[in-house]
Design a protein around this ligand. Structure first.
Ligand SMILES: [Zn+2]
Length: 114
């Protein structure tokens, strides 16, 4: 990896790294490796058109209570507003063809927390 910082530059070579895609467990806790990978993959809320970058929250796409694993493919960073919509109002998110898709609930949202 080469990073340019204005006129300075740095090169980082990882020789004994871990493939972040292989880290997966059934607990809720998100370790530092996964957190770093999410921060790089999702620098802003992934809901199309949102682009919020502050106070992002990590969400399990398939909830832990529904046996969703804690791995990169099942985690996403959302702003608090969209995280609440997903958690309490029935919105869902999917990732296909390299793009995130935000789906409203089939019925009226059950309740609003705001
Ligand atoms: Zn958002």
């Amino acid at each position: 990896m080469v990073t340019y910082l204005g006129s300075a530059w740095a090169k980082l070579v990882i020789t004994k790294g871990r493939d972040i895609r292989t880290i997966c467990h059934l607990g809720r806790t998100i370790n530092s490796h996964l957190r770093s990978a999410l921060e790089v993959r999702d620098p802003v809320c992934v809901v199309p058109g949102c682009n919020a970058s502050l106070n992002l929250e990590i969400d399990h796409i398939v909830a832990v209570n529904d046996h969703g694993p804690t791995c990169l493919d099942n985690l996403v960073r959302l702003c608090p507003y969209h995280h609440d919509q997903k958690t309490y109002d029935g919105y869902t998110i999917t990732h296909t063809d390299g793009h995130w898709h935000w789906h409203p609930p089939a019925n009226d949202p059950p309740r609003r927390r705001h």
